[in-house]
Design a protein around this ligand. Structure first.
Ligand SMILES: [Zn+2]
Length: 199
């Protein structure tokens, strides 16, 4: 039987590495995690394409190597970039999965968490559709808190203490999810999920 989390509206199947409900758009930008590895951190990101514009399909196109590089001057600057994340939470709260948690997504780049390099090896990468200085949407906090609670319930190496921003693991190089991201609000959202699961 797959191990199912009861700590959330979302369910994680540790056999397939998939979360439900989510829209699955498998990214080719993924590979095997090094063995043996325990999932031991979650990286929160912010992304918008073009920067500052929300609501389009460009992020999923980028992660699936289907972005039209000629469609916008910014895209030309990132031409050929092969990246992904496990999950994306859009502004309306829709959850997309690009990479199973059993595999390595290419989201962190050169990075280090508490002295441990190569965060992609052992982390789950979650992108929020957003921008450093624009408040994230209420529903994104709810979905993110719920998703993280489900992940914590499914993987013993994860906890609310093992969640960091891309800016924290690649300081000076990355700034997302930015000053607009409210960490206390995220901790509250994770805590609410845990409380509701224990009542
Ligand atoms: Zn990032």
């Amino acid at each position: 039987m797959p191990e199912l989390s009861v700590a959330s509206d979302f369910r994680v199947d540790t056999d397939s590495g998939l979360i439900a409900p989510a829209r699955l758009c498998l990214s080719p930008n993924r590979d095997a995690r090094p063995e043996p590895v325990e999932l031991s951190m979650i990286v929160v990101h912010g992304i918008s394409l073009p920067p500052g514009e929300f609501g389009g399909t460009e992020i999923e196109a980028l992660f699936c190597n289907a972005l039209d590089w000629d469609a916008h001057p910014y895209f030309d600057a990132i031409r050929g970039m092969q990246v992904s994340a496990h999950l994306l939470i859009r502004r309306d709260g829709e959850l997309l999965q690009f990479v199973p948690f059993t595999e390595r997504a290419w989201h962190a780049g050169e990075s280090c968490f508490r002295g441990r390099p190569r965060c992609n090896d052992y982390s789950v990468g979650i992108e929020l559709e957003g921008e450093d200085d624009t408040p994230y949407d209420d529903c994104q906090y709810r979905v993110l808190g719920s998703v993280i609670a489900a992940l914590i319930g499914a993987y013993p190496g994860l906890s609310a203490r093992e969640v960091a921003g891309h800016c924290d693991i690649a300081p000076g190089r990355k700034s997302d999810p930015g000053p607009a991201f409210d960490w206390l609000r995220l901790y509250d959202a994770i805590g609410e999920q845990k409380e509701s699961s224990s009542t």
